[in-house]
Design a binder for this molecule. Structure first.
Ligand code: SAH
Length: 250
């Protein structure tokens, strides 16, 4: 199941941190590292700090945006050293690993997203995530080195996911305790819904694009919390299309 978990590092500045992250991952049995628009390159320092996890560095995937990194994922966990403006579902590393344990057998890909050394993830990046994880720390000194934060999350993923699956029945039951009829929507499908919703809300005059306030972040939070399946997303998009079609001109 660890194969279905990817580590995503956003705009990493220090190559040593990429190497140390690869080592932390390999120790725990993870192998998929995605770098979003990295500032550092995979240089000699990265290779040294990876110890003998060079294979992970060779297989690294580099993408321009966070959206590209998580498009096919249904569980996207953003990590943060501090709390942010709008409250978002917040988990401990252990709870996040338990969530991955529920969702992966049903075919859902998981991403763990880590921010810049200097300033973490932006609010917009955190709003792309299903849930946030904060590693419990002293409140006055809450920021870990990014590779050490990756180590903690990978350790929890290993404890939750690496043990042998005991029964096939368990696999089928998925996250709500019964076999589900449709797979969960992916990030790209949810993004399609959010864009459709935003443009419809602007068209019908509910959302003023000049003063959007926090409407769309709140809608994202609501619908990401609902863990919608593909059919549910299609139904909502059908509703939006009908609202758009029936709108009275003027
Ligand atoms: N000064 C930045 C800290 C960045 S630390 C800020 O205030 O946001 C770099 C990255 O390490 C973070 O983006 C996060 O991915 C991870 N990280 C550091 N400390 C963490 C913690 N206590 N819990 C979860 N992730 C943490």
């Amino acid at each position: 199941m660890l194969d279905h978990v990817r580590i995503v590092m956003v705009n990493t500045t220090h190559s040593g941190n990429i190497g140390a992250a690869a080592r932390a991952m390999k120790n725990m049995g993870l192998s998929r590292l995605v770098l979003v628009d990295p500032i550092a390159t995979i240089d000699e320092e990265a290779i040294q700090r990876s110890s003998r996890a060079e294979d992970i560095l060779h297989n690294v995937v580099i993408v321009p945006t966070l959206e590209d990194a998580v498009a096919d994922c249904s569980l996207i966990i953003g990590t943060s050293a501090r709390s942010r403006h709008i409250p978002w579902p917040l988990m401990t590393p252990r709870q996040a690993a338990a969530k991955a344990r529920e969702m992966i057998p049903a075919g859902n890909e998981t991403a763990l997203v880590f921010g810049r050394e200097s300033r973490g993830l932006t609010n917009e990046e955190l709003h792309l995530c299903t849930a946030h994880v904060h590693i419990p720390t002293e409140s006055s000194f809450s920021s870990l080195n990014v590779a050490q934060a990756i180590q903690v999350l990978c350790y929890e993923m290993r404890l939750a996911l690496a043990e042998p699956v005991l029964s096939g029945e368990d696999e089928e039951d998925g996250q709500w305790g019964v076999p589900w009829d449709h797979p969960l929507a992916t990030h790209a499908e949810l993004e399609g819904l959010f864009q459709h919703m935003e443009s419809t809300l602007i068209d019908i005059g509910f959302l003023d694009p000049n003063t959007p306030k926090q409407l769309m972040p709140r809608m994202r939070r609501l619908f990401q919390r609902a863990a919608m399946d593909k059919t549910e997303v299609n139904i909502l998009r059908g509703m939006l299309a009908t609202i758009g079609k029936n709108r009275k001109p003027g």
